[in-house]
Ligand binder design. Structure first.
Ligand code: HEC
Ligand code: HEC
Length: 391
């Protein structure tokens, strides 16, 4: 399988890559040697940067994120900043042309806006790069859930011959030859870079990449207050809280169309059967009839070995979904209209189609409203584009 890609794909892809340079503000532009050694030394002496901290939780995510941070990989400023550099550093790929940010670019909703991703030597993979926003909430990683943690996930692309094409051991060796990295690994982990420590630092950084505060979050928070009358409230503190919640909803109000779309999402269209909770996913695997003529059609079954999992893929979160076209694990649906039409027609019939996928009988107007909700209601705050300085 892999051999076939290696032989067939590169030439056409290199041409395609040359035709579409990344946008100017792409964060896939971090440059080696832009963070001088003496500044790195001073940073590592900064008081507090080695103390554990919890990321601030945006509206809509669980307030206390401590349960999502594993005890053996606590977040510290120094560890997160090290992981951030590794995430953007192309030296983690064999030929120095690809970083995590190449395929999960902050300037493109932390994905690459391509149907499937292109790794070193212009080689194409089979699947569409998911966004890495809110991955700390994910119970499993990858479209088929084959990695249990972000630590386990992170080494996958480095070693994958068509993504970064290195081995994690070789990557560690390369980092240890760079003084600015050697100093940081020493200060953060008490020793040189190893595959395990690289994975821990990258995972720590990813756990700080959070998205929330969408119009839908403001609306949901305000729902219980809409019928409330401040005149009848005796507790002054509650009056203040209630008025603030209503005011913030007013400032972030969804259009009428988006509100109608929201009703459909949680009602007639039954999207919330699978898309619910803080990241709008049940973290389960379902067969919608997508990409079943492709070589990786087994999906979840490739991990569990169970025929009942054939063609199932992980329900993705839907925050900021307007930014991450094209859609589905194979990138086969170009727009959110196409996605909603796929559900509206009842998916693509096959021997294992989910029982929760059936014709929805949405009118043209309803399809439009649902798309408006996805675009407008679910977009919100996300971390700014970053271009870290590198040792
Ligand atoms: C060549 C493009 C490419 C590169 C480079 C790359 N990724 Fe990915 N990434 C993908 C694709 C494609 C998938 C989905 C693969 C699958 O599910 O089988 C993915 C999946 C993921 C996931 C799982 C997300 C989810 O919703 O389950 C995470 C997290 C992730 N990548 C982080 C990283 C990190 C960290 C790096 C750098 C060490 C990296 N990626 C490098 C393309 C890439
Ligand atoms: C039976 C569970 C289920 C239901 C019901 C469901 N979804 Fe999904 N959704 C999924 C799964 C699983 C995927 C990924 C499928 C794949 O790639 O093969 C997905 C993918 C998506 C995507 C693409 C996300 C991305 O990052 O590519 C969007 C958008 C979406 N769903 C919106 C909706 C809407 C809108 C509805 C209601 C009309 C809905 N879903 C109903 C399970 C479901």
């Amino acid at each position: 399988m892999r051999k076939t890609f290696l032989l067939l794909l590169p030439a056409a892809l290199l041409a395609a890559a040359a035709a579409s340079p990344p946008p100017q503000d792409s964060a896939d532009s971090a440059r080696p040697g832009t963070w001088p050694l003496e500044e790195i030394r001073a940073w590592l002496e900064t008081p507090g940067i080695h103390d554990p901290f919890l990321p601030e939780s945006p509206l809509g995510l669980p307030e206390d994120l401590s349960e999502f941070i594993p005890a053996d990989n606590p977040l510290t400023r120094a560890r997160v900043r090290l992981g951030e550099q590794l995430y953007f550093d192309k030296r983690l790929s064999r030929d120095g042309t690809v970083s995590c940010a190449t395929c999960h670019d902050p300037a493109r909703g932390w994905t690459d806006n391509a149907p499937v991703s292109t790794g070193i030597d212009g080689q194409k993979g089979l699947r569409s790069a998911p966004s890495v926003l809110n991955r700390l909430l994910g119970k499993t990683q990858f479209w088929d859930g084959r990695a249990a943690s972000l630590e386990e996930q992170a080494l996958g692309p480095i070693g994958n011959p068509i993504e970064m094409g290195f081995s994690p051991e070789e990557a560690a060796e390369r980092l240890n030859a760079i003084e600015g990295y050697r100093l940081q690994f020493e200060a953060v982990f008490g020793g040189p870079a190893t595959p395990e420590r690289i994975a821990q630092a990258i995972a720590a950084f990813e756990r700080t990449i959070l998205a929330g505060a969408s119009k839908n979050d403001y609306y949901e928070r305000a729902l219980p207050w809409f019928e409330w009358d401040p005149e009848e409230e005796e507790d002054e503190e509650w009056v203040e809280i209630g008025l603030r919640i209503l005011e913030e909803e007013r400032q972030n109000r969804m259009s009428e169309a988006a509100r109608r779309g929201r009703e459909l999402f949680f009602g007639k269209a039954q999207c919330s059967t699978c898309h619910f909770g803080p990241d709008l996913t049940d973290e389960q695997f379902h067969n919608l009839g997508i990409g079943l003529d492709r070589p990786d059609a087994a999906g979840r079954a490739a991990v569990t070995g169970k025929d009942e999992d054939w063609g199932k893929f992980k329900t993705p979160g839907l925050r900021n979904i307007a930014l991450t076209a094209p859609y589905m694990h194979d990138g086969s649906l170009a727009t959110l209209e196409e996605v909603v039409e796929h559900y509206n027609k009842g998916g693509t019939p096959n021997r294992n189609l989910s029982g929760n996928i059936f014709p929805l009988k949405l009118t043209k107007e309803e399809v439009r409203d649902l798309v408006t909700f996805l675009e407008e209601g679910l977009s919100g705050e996300r971390p700014p584009v970053r271009t870290p300085r590198l040792p």
